[in-house]
Design a protein around this ligand. Structure first.
Ligand code: C2E
Ligand code: CA
Ligand code: CA
Ligand code: CA
Length: 273
């Protein structure tokens, strides 16, 4: 019979091997997927809350993995962040958006939102990537950088933020109200846009505590002159409430589900704006 200590150390060794193997295989899968272009871009329109005019889109990534089928970004994005693969993924999103940019109007007031992780701000990488992909393709005024509040906003390089804004790009804080950053980051980052998380939109008319939070976020945005976008709008009731309370842009299944970029021009003409 093996001594207990030896058995334990064998077991621990095996577990460590398992963890390393699964990490390596994820890194491998993502790199393989990027090379094989298994990732596809979708876009979801943002509408003016009063006129219903389409003011822009958000780019959303999809992974059609031939071995596992469609994988949700809610699954692979956090894993990619953990494995330091979020920068190459975002680079792919930028390159693909620019490759398909002609599906979108070229007017400076049509905005294109890209989800960017805070870690991409390090070492000026984001600026280099925008230089490489965006600046020669479209006016920088069309770009909105969506930075999620789940991220450590303290990792963000403010000089880079200021530089981007000086060039004319807009900064949005994504999923506002769900992160753990303190309100002082609002002062530091001075975003142009706050995106109210879907959980707060869903709470309207159903959940007293969270709809109070919605009201407070709206008041905060108005007081600081920050444009407000509500995401996850699914009902007319939510849309009416948000509009009446001063949210200027709405995004959600009520208007359009995320669609492949090539479907966007048809969607735009069919609704007449
Ligand atoms: P997000 O940035 O908050 O994006 C909005 C999510 O809400 C999208 O999910 C969208 O499909 C979904 N959504 C929009 N309207 C509605 C609605 O009316 N009802 C419901 N139930 N859902 C709605 P999706 O595309 O699955 O993306 C999930 C998250 O993954 C995104 O949340 C974002 O954090 C992340 N993600 C997606 N694409 C990218 C990307 O290219 N880069 C990075 N870094 N993150 C991404
Ligand atoms: Ca987003
Ligand atoms: Ca969001
Ligand atoms: Ca969200």
């Amino acid at each position: 019979q093996l001594p207990l200590a030896l058995m334990l150390s064998l077991l621990l060794g095996y577990l460590a091997w398992l963890v390393t193997a699964s990490r390596m295989s994820f890194t491998w899968e993502i790199n393989l997927g990027l090379a094989a272009r298994e990732f596809e871009l979708f876009c979801q329109p943002l509408l003016n809350a009063r006129t219903q005019q389409c003011m822009g889109v958000e780019i959303l990534l999809r992974w059609n993995n031939p071995r596992q089928g469609w994988i949700s970004p809610d699954v692979f994005i956090p894993l990619a962040e953990e494995h330091h693969l979020i920068v190459p993924l975002t680079r792919y999103v930028l390159a693909e958006t620019v490759r398909q940019i002609d599906y979108f109007p070229a007017t400076p007031d049509f905005h294109i939102g890209i989800n960017v992780a805070a870690s991409h701000f390090r070492h000026g990488m984001l600026l280099q990537d925008l230089n490489r992909y965006w600046f020669s393709a479209r006016p920088v005024q069309q770009l909105i950088v969506e930075l999620t509040e789940r991220d450590a906003l303290r990792d963000v390089d403010y000089r880079l933020v200021r530089e981007l804004r000086r060039k004319g790009a807009k900064m949005a804080i994504d999923d506002f109200g769900t992160g753990n950053s303190s309100l002082s980051w609002l002062e530091k980052l001075r975003p142009d846009v706050l995106k109210i998380d879907k959980s707060f939109t869903t709470a309207i008319g159903t959940d007293a505590v969270n709809s109070t939070v919605t009201d407070i976020i709206i008041a905060l945005g108005q007081r600081l002159h920050i444009e407000l976008v509500a995401e996850g709008v699914e009902t007319e009731q939510q849309a009416r409430y948000l509009r009446q309370h001063g949210v200027t842009l709405l995004q959600g299944y009520l208007y359009a589900r995320p669609m492949p970029l090539r479907d966007f021009p048809k969607w735009l003409t069919e609704r007449g704006s």
